[in-house]
Write a protein that binds this ligand. Structure first.
Ligand code: MLT
Ligand code: ZN
Length: 458
């Protein structure tokens, strides 16, 4: 069957639109997670929505499962094809439509990289305020399928806040438009929002009409050395009550900073502290930030305030380059959310748990303090076999999610569930809620062909 099926795809899309070469399969069958071995049937690159519809319909007729694929920068194995699926890459859908400056909207293909969109919008004084460290590779389709968060959620919210309409190919191969270019539309269900964050399980997003924001004004950036996450939370509270608009408030432990310094060759911005906060603020009333920080007494151990744009961009690198600096190591990543008021407590509890139960592991904590989103990156000793490592990570996950649940948190703040967190979904989502998710999935994809096995099993 699969030979005929692939021949049918080649005949209709062209031979260079379908790959079965093992190197290509390895490359396109995975995202940034490394826990699963890719094993796709093939990779296909349709050129437009009609071709996507053709591929999905052919898959539906031949009962071939599909993994929709964007920039594959995800960290929950949502874009991994490990069970003979067809990887449906949206890479060639790169059209950026005209910018409607008055309506503050634009329609773009799913394969447009986030950074390419931002470059196209900048001359109009606009941007799409979903700002990710991986913006060079991450695509708009992927950002929406995973409801991406990133570095500006505190000010602008998640990707779902910035979508007006979607063009989607359903599991049957039918193309539908959900929503449009309207900022106000209360005519029935907002189905486009159902697709956002559905991780490719309900339909294939081929294009999106996005809401845009004015480019942010000039910002001031500073890094503060602190004793712990509790001090970071207190600093955030203090900053919230002064006359600045906070664009981002991020924190990282010294292990993160040390890895970035080693990986990038950047100099340390401050003498060693346990935790650093990186703050990016608009300061329209010209608050003297250095003076304000000095007035916080013991809370601030040390601080550096960027004096120009180049220095501000350099300071941001200590935060933005954490992921790539940790990536070469055998790393177990986690991404959890609690109320902002519980963030410091959770960071303390996680550190204690690892000290007591995994004393020979290193833990790099970082995250979006202003969103209550903690990234827990655990580095296991090298001598563990792959199996022992996976089992130890699973234990650590269960302990972490139990802590998260006591704070009313979520086991995924922004990376999604994918394959990685599927076994634990029920720990922070109610059984009745998951049952409703399954009902929606069955209604839209009765044959379970779209990214099957992601989020939950049917
Ligand atoms: C980040 O905040 O940099 C991203 O979520 C990536 C990561 O967690 O490594
Ligand atoms: Zn993050």
């Amino acid at each position: 069957m699969s030979t005929n099926f692939l021949e049918q795809l080649r005949a209709n899309l062209g031979a260079n639109a379908v790959a079965t070469d093992p190197t290509e399969l390895q490359h396109w069958g995975r995202d940034w997670t490394r826990a699963f071995e890719p094993a796709p049937l093939a990779v296909v690159w349709p050129r437009d929505t009609a071709e996507v519809a053709f591929v999905v319909q052919a898959c539906s007729e031949a009962c071939v499962a599909i993994v929709p694929s964007g920039g594959r920068t995800g960290l929950a194995a949502g874009a991994v094809a490990a069970r003979g699926e067809l990887v449906l890459s949206l890479d060639r859908l790169r059209n950026v439509g005209p910018v409607d400056v008055l309506n503050r909207s634009v329609t773009v293909g799913a394969g447009v990289p986030n950074a390419v969109l931002q470059e196209a919008l900048a001359p109009h004084g606009l941007w799409w305020p979903v700002d990710l460290a991986s913006k060079g590779s991450a695509t708009i389709g992927g950002n929406l399928a995973t409801n991406a968060g990133g570095l500006r959620v505190l000010r602008y919210g998640h990707a779902r806040n910035w979508v007006l309409g979607l063009e989607v190919v359903l599991a049957s191969g039918e193309m539908v438009r959900l929503g449009g270019a309207l900022h106000k539309d209360n005519s029935g269900y907002a189905l486009q929002q159902l697709l956002v964050g559905s991780e490719g399980t309900l339909g294939v997003i081929t294009a999106a009409t996005l809401a845009l924001a004015p480019l942010p004004g000039p910002s001031e950036v500073f890094v503060v050395g602190l004793r712990d996450f509790d001090a970071a939370a207190r600093l955030f509270g203090a900053l919230r009550s002064c006359s600045v608009t906070i664009n981002a408030f991020e924190a990282l432990t010294d292990l993160c900073l040390t890895r970035v310094v080693t990986h990038t060759g950047l100099p340390r911005p401050l003498p060693t502290c346990a935790v650093y906060a990186l703050c990016d603020v608009e300061n329209p009333r010209g608050l003297d930030l250095a003076g304000w920080l000095a007035g916080l007494g013991d809370l601030v151990i040390d601080a550096v305030v960027a004096t120009d744009r180049a220095q501000a961009e350099r300071l941001w690198q200590y935060r933005e380059r954490i992921t790539e600096s940790l990536q070469p190591l055998r790393l177990h990543k986690n991404d959890v959310a609690v109320p902002v008021s519980a963030m410091a407590a959770l960071a303390g509890e996680v550190s204690k748990w690892f000290a007591a139960h995994r004393p020979d592991w290193q833990v790099a904590l970082f995250g979006h303090v202003g969103d209550g989103n903690l990234h827990v990156n655990a580095l296991a000793p090298q001598h563990l076999s792959h199996e022992a490592w996976r089992a130890a990570c699973a234990d650590a996950d269960r302990a972490l999610y139990a802590l998260v649940a006591t704070h009313g948190g979520s086991l995924s703040a922004e990376h999604g569930i994918g394959l990685l967190k599927k076994p634990y979904l029920g720990l922070t989502r109610d059984g009745a809620e998951v049952a409703q998710m399954r009902a929606v999935k069955r209604a839209l994809d009765p044959a379970n062909l779209l990214n099957p096995g992601k989020i939950f099993d049917l």
